[in-house]
Design a protein around this ligand. Sequence first.
Ligand code: S3P
Length: 172
Amino acid sequence: AKPAAATHSIILVGLMGAGKTTIGRLLSRHREMEFVDSDYEIVARCGVSIPTIFEIEGEAGFRKRESAMIDELTQRQGIVLATGGGAVLDPVNREHMKARGIVVYLHCSPQELFLRTRHDRNRPLLQTEDPLARLQALYAQRHPLYLEVADIVIDSGKQSTHCLVRRLEQEL
Ligand code: S3P
């Protein structure tokens, strides 16, 4: 285990539906650390939903807000931070994450992610004719970026959340 884990934040990255929020929340309880979700913070500050931000400001507008939030939240110590799936797109965010926390990539196949997010209406990037193809494209684009920032890669496949948290605890 890295001794830094006690004070450093734990930052969860991965595609939509990988379980960043669920696993992050459980892990934070285990470790008695505060849990923070960057999407939730953005929505709380804007007072409108993520689909509404995308509608009004486009993806570019959302990304600006996201990068500001990632900069702010990665400066905090000792929290468990769940990031939005696209947070790794900005190279500055990647630098902040790598420098300021222990980054965990929750890896999951596009097929599995598709099954998990099928009925979801809160993710504008998946509101398309063919969400599986979209997830495959996002996976192809982002998988290398998640690997680049990650200190730890955990396969979030079909295991129970408790099992995943236990495995993650072993790696930290
Ligand atoms: C996005 C993922 C979402 C949210 C937004 C864009 C993405 O977060 O930030 O809809 O680009 O992958 P989750 O990964 O928590 O769903």
